[in-house]
Design a protein around this ligand. Structure first.
Ligand code: ANZ
Ligand code: ZN
Length: 797
């Protein structure tokens, strides 16, 4: 047999797959029976602001392995691909290169597609889409109209996060520690009219429906934290001089007797009224102006406490105490009610403020957690007291249980050029008027200069902007802001189900049959951005009757970052090899294997060239060995039950379990390598042929080209369509033993495991046991003792 030449093998099979449209899944005729088992395998679509880097090789190879695995285990697999081509990343790239964003993304798309094909990813290319394509964004606009009609999107003036560098508004989700997520510039506060999605109305659904998701706990925890649900009470404080009640939100109604002052956020609507009648009017107004310019993040952190006294007092409903009303910027307008009762004895921030301004401190909860100095509630444990006080407030009409959320409505309009136009016309008489459905798409106009200057660049396109009002026909003006690119990516997975539809974003029945996405893969950096927005969209679409599903992604796998020299690879970094260069030097199969072999794919991983060299050597060895076996034996020989046959069956069982249940991508490669070792030691074993076929079959999802070539050598055809090998339990049984698992020397579980598991794997399985976990209690494992073929003892303390 010839030497292994990756290039020849890979181009051969890529051509065959292309010509036979191997990975396309045609949609069935309406009403036609379908395979019961479907698997929608999806990875986050790339931004074509640049070309692909090694990080992409990881994400899309992960998806590829799953797609092959599920196809071969009997599912109809949908595995589409597209490009998130609108938005800041592309526009910033265009600005840097002095070109039009469309030219940049379209050029990058050509390059990305070519690289993807060279890597042999099994994609249904007939469903390809780009979000900047009018055929796509027409439907983004159509969905906007549906959201608008149903009141899910609205316009309001609000304090927004302004990136002075990108000259545009950022959603809260796009601000990291007070800095722009994309460019790193410090974010400023600005007041602007904005378009919002009413995502806060879905806060509880977003929380409750997490129970249906098979997602990593850390991602769910991030979303929970982002939504930030707090239970507490709203309490009314009276201001007699003005004859008004001001509600506050508190999570600690049990501390009500300890309130010694009262604070309004500078933006609170009542501040103006108080200032008008206050002797401190000037001081208050100056303070409010200054606070408004301070970034919200800094205010919330509240390192240096500032504030002014208004001269007014509020009355505490439980004890009629009159407490001074202050204005201070550590209270934020968009949380709770924008007003607080301050309890300096039990709240750290109030404590600091009291110290700074010399305000009284009153302790109302003692060291045992019981109330003191709190009238009839004294002596009660504080949680019981909280309930009793809220009840008392309710019966006196001074308060009620309340819930607050950290989640804000999603501001998505951008003062930038390269985005989906918002199909709205402003009319002096009719107000905000939606563009009629039949007039979509509202095409993004060409402009002379798309550079961001604070005024939306679309305002320059005068002929485009001026348009008759769709309602009264008088001259109106088009909306000149564009949508954030996260709107485009909030529904693309639905369009893939029916990408050519010209009458609707997608046929509901078709989308229902593919959705939800069964395996979604992408970066953890989207945990609180795209992954929340897409969930929100899906819920609204469900309620608008456009989908029967409420969750878009049943299972999510968050891949780790690929680093090189310790640095995260997110763009082309100097010195880092590109996927194209790797394919050129080592072949696609070696490149694919090497990235998944580094380690657990959900953790960050350091990429080194030696890994891909090692994989190239492995493939050469596999090639030689399988070639020899193919020459020396004939197809169809049944394996005996010798050691090699047993090994092969165990390898099947391990790889199948790792891929299907444990979502482990590196261990099956190791298992196959071991089998190759065993085969090389026993090339004349009666089971050699079976072992060789098993090897090729199991490595196929990782290295599909070489696997296909060797499969052919072994006298078979179209491995990508062959059923996944099945481990025969008869071959598995013998070589297992009953593992005894102890915690601190006490037996907590026993179960059978394969005899050849390495020690670290024995320990891993021991820790996975729910019975053992119940006894670990989350404690730190200080020592592990392994007795081979017998037991694992975990010592915690
Ligand atoms: C009295 C009190 C006593 C409070 C105590 C806390 C501890 P989380 O848990 O994050 O929901 N608060 C309410 N609205 C606020 C606003 N707009 N800006 C700044 N702070 C605000 O926080 C809820 C608590 O944060 C509320 O409960 C309130 O202070 C404060 F020992 O009321 B608390
Ligand atoms: Zn009008």
């Amino acid at each position: 047999m010839d030497r292994y030449d990756a290039h020849t093998v890979e181009t051969k099979w890529q051509r065959i797959w292309d010509e036979s449209r191997a990975f396309e899944v045609p949609n069935p005729e309406p009403g036609a029976p379908r395979n019961e088992r479907k698997s929608y395998v999806l990875e986050m679509l790339p931004y074509p602001s640049g070309t692909l880097h090694i990080g992409h090789v990881l994400v899309y190879t992960l998806g590829d392995v799953l797609a092959h695995f599920y196809r071969r285990t009997g599912s109809d697999v949908l595995r589409p691909m597209g490009y998130d081509s609108f938005g800041l990343p592309a526009e910033n790239a265009a600005l840097k290169e002095g070109e039009h964003p469309r030219d940049i993304v379209e050029r990058n798309i050509v390059s990305i597609r070519r690289t993807m094909k060279r890597l042999g990813w099994a994609i249904d290319w007939s469903r390809e889409l780009s979000t900047h394509d009018p055929e796509y964004y027409r439907w983004t606009q159509w969905l906007f109209l549906k959201f608008f009609e149903a009141g899910h999107t609205y316009r309001k003036a609000a304090l927004v996060n302004w990136c002075p560098n990108d000259q545009t508004v950022l959603a809260n989700e796009q601000v990291r520690d007070g800095h722009c997520e994309r460019c790193g510039a410090e974010v400023e506060a600005r007041k602007l009219e904005q378009w919002f999605f009413r995502i806060t109305a879905y806060a509880d659904s977003l929380l409750d429906e997490m129970k249906d998701l098979d997602w990593p706990e850390r991602v769910l925890a991030m979303q929970r934290n982002w939504i930030g649900r707090s239970e507490g009470a709203e309490v009314l404080f009276r201001v007699d001089e003005l004859d008004i009640d001001i509600p506050v939100f508190t999570t600690r109604p049990d501390t009500l007797f300890g309130a010694t002052f009262f604070v309004l956020a500078p933006e609170h609507p009542l501040v103006d009224r108080l200032a008008e009648q206050s002797p401190n009017a000037d001081e208050i107004r100056t303070y409010v102006r200054k606070a408004g310019a301070r970034p919200v993040e800094e205010r919330a952190a509240g390192t240096d406490k500032t504030g002014v006294f208004t001269g007014f007092f509020a009355t505490n409903p439980v004890n009629d105490a009159r407490i001074p009303i202050w204005v201070a910027d550590y209270v934020l307008m968009d949380y709770g009610t924008g007003a607080i009762m301050a309890v300096p004895a039990h709240d750290e921030r109030d404590g600091e403020f009291a110290e700074r301004f010399d305000l009284p401190v009153k302790v109302v909860i003692d060291d045992d957690g019981k109330l003191v100095d709190s009238a009839q509630f004294a002596g009660l444990p504080h949680d019981e007291a909280a309930k009793a006080i809220v009840e008392w407030l309710g019966s006196h009409g001074r308060g009620r249980p309340a819930v607050s959320y950290r989640l804000r409505d999603w501001g998505y309009s951008r003062q930038r050029y390269w985005g989906c136009p918002i199909p709205i016309v402003y009319c002096d008489d009719c107000g905000i008027v939606p563009v009629p459905e039949e007039e979509l798409p509202v095409i993004l106009p060409e402009v002379e200069d798309y550079k961001p200057k604070g005024i939306p660049p679309l305002a320059q396109a005068e002929d485009w902007v001026r348009v008759p009002c769709p309602q009264c026909g008088k001259e109106g003006r088009r909306e000149v802001e564009t949508m954030d690119t996260f709107v485009d990516s909030s529904w693309y997975f639905l369009r893939y189900c029916d990408p050519k539809n010209e009458d609707a974003p997608y046929d509901r029945e078709l989308a229902d049959s593919w959705m939800p996405v069964d395996h979604y893969t992408g970066g953890l950096d989207h945990s609180t951005v795209h992954l929340i927005y897409a969930r929100y969209f899906q819920k609204v679409l469900n309620e608008l009757g456009l989908s029967s599903h409420r969750e878009p992604f049943k299972r999510f796998f968050g891949n780790g970052f690929v680093t090189q020299g310790g640095a995260k690879i997110s763009k082309r970094v100097g010195g880092a090899a590109t996927p194209d260069e790797l394919v050129e030097s080592y072949g696609a199969d070696a490149t694919r294997l090497s990235i998944l072999f580094i380690g657990p794919a959900d953790q960050d991983m350091e990429w080194t060239p030696s890994g891909v060299e090692g994989m190239q050597r492995f493939l050469r060895r596999l090639w030689r060995l399988v070639g020899e076996v193919a020459d020396n034996s004939s197809a169809g020989g049944a394996p005996d039950d010798g050691a090699l046959a047993r090994r092969a069956h165990r390898t099947i069982a391990r790889a199948t379990d790792d891929l299907g249940r444990r979502q482990q991508f590196h261990t099956p490669i190791a298992a196959v390598m071991e089998l190759v070792n065993d085969l090389s030691k026993a090339p004349d074993d009666p089971a050699a042929r079976f072992a060789a076929e098993t090897t090729v079959s199991l490595i196929q999802p990782y290295a599909p080209h070489v696997a296909e070539e060797l499969w052919e050598r072994l006298g078979h055809e179209r491995l990508w369509e062959q059923p996944w090998p099945q481990a025969d339990p008869a071959f598995l049984e013998e070589d297992t033993f009953e593992l005894v698992v102890q915690v601190n020397g006490k037996v907590r579980d026993r179960f059978r495991v394969p005899a050849d598991l390495p020690e670290d794997e024995l320990v891993a399985r021991a820790k996975e046991s729910p019975k053992v976990q119940a006894h670990l209690n989350g404690g730190e494992i200080r020592q592990t003792i392994v007795v081979p073929r017998k037991l694992v003892n975990l010592v915690v303390g």
